[in-house]
Design a protein around this ligand. Sequence first.
Ligand SMILES: Nc1ncnc2c1ncn2[C@@H]1O[C@H](COP(=O)(O)OP(=O)(O)OP(=O)(O)O)[C@@H](O)[C@H]1O
Length: 461
Amino acid sequence: MSDEKAVKIPAQSDGAAPTEGSQSGEILLKVTGLQKHFPIRKGLLQRQTGSVRAVDGIDFEVRKGETLGVVGESGCGKSTMGRLITRLLEPTAGKVEFEGKDITHLGVAGMRPLRRDVQMIFQDPYSSLNPRHTVGTIVGAPFKLQGVEPEGGIKKEVQRLLSVVGLNPEHYNRYPHEFSGGQRQRIGIARALALSPKLVVADEPVSALDVSIQAQVVNLLDDLQEELGLTYVIIAHDLSVVRHVSDRIAVMYLGKVVELSDRDSLYKAPMHPYTKALMSAVPIPDPKRKNEKSERILLKGDVPSPISPPTGCRFHTRCWKATEICRTTEPQLLELKPGQRVACHHPENFEDQAPQDTVLLSAAKEAAELVPDEVLEESAQTSAAVAAEVEAVAAPEEPAAAEAEGAAAADAASDAEGSQDAPEEPGASEDSDESGPAADADTSAESGKPEASAGQESTEK
Ligand SMILES: Nc1ncnc2c1ncn2[C@@H]1O[C@H](COP(=O)(O)OP(=O)(O)OP(=O)(O)O)[C@@H](O)[C@H]1O
């Protein structure tokens, strides 16, 4: 927890109602099919030779009063997404709606009123503040730009904002270099809050700060949300930060949202293998679990290039569950559990979406070497259990049959456990990513459904 003095937050003059849970709130921002492709130009004539598909068709919504955390490895398009929704960048395709109004292609004049409602906090408090301007000028700039005259004058309002973010209002005339990193980030936050925005997009708001200072700034953002009824989109690569602040979390991979879920469901039972891998890297601050064996999943290689992303599921080149369908068919982001959307053919903690597709790609077999056996076993077990549950619900009139199915699935799971170290069956799983659709059809015909749903990744090992 923060070691700084409690921040006293005075009431906001036209303050919004304090935040009420976020689960069923009104939608403030809605994004549909959003894309940003940066052209790559070469030669004297600057011909376009390709494009960086930084954001490549994403859908999500942000509800009033909630915090949506956005996570993913470096280069997956988080910042680009943040700049698109604040309209600092023009989307290549798709739609951005704010309070039900389409703002996708608004021009400078059309955007002016919106600039008051949507603000951004930037990552680097060292470069985002003009070193030649005083704090008073920096925090007061939004009033001048918008032609707003706050009650009591700009100076008084800026001093109030400085005290809201825990800075000394007397430091109004100081310059950014006279402040520490954490204090500079507070200046950036004060500037973002100046016009009482409805939505604040914070791009890595604490990653440039010392760890001890990070907690202070995160707590400040939390307090401000409660007091001012703010809605946040917080972009971060640090899952501990995101877990602390978010109500819901969107996991991005190579320009796509692969999972979008309530925070607790995501941390308790992630459904996308990529989410599971990311989560496994988060240290668990629980002394009771200190001596537990680590089940960290190491992902193979780097994120592929967004210039030519892999076909089908973009994660298939690093996924230990990938089969032919993952290489050929892009999975849609579907709500498989209430409040949990995932784009995966072979999700974790859920029934397999492509149980007929059982032959692992060679990349998956290599990736599986980096996944601890415990994780593979647990994955096979949970898939089997969920599949059995689904079967039972699907056929209530035949309880005996459902039970038999469940038992078969559970058996298959334990078989799968047993076969972790079993030698590969000759031919059966040989480099199917090199094989054509005919090979795929063969293997589909061979594979039985209950066995497949019991954790296809292990049965083929
Ligand atoms: N203006 C630009 N022109 C060309 N490519 C760009 C531009 N901005 C971003 N990109 C590319 O788009 C991809 C996504 O970048 P982005 O900064 O959105 O990712 P990110 O997830 O925020 O990464 P990081 O955490 O490192 O900032 C990257 O491959 C990046 O190189």
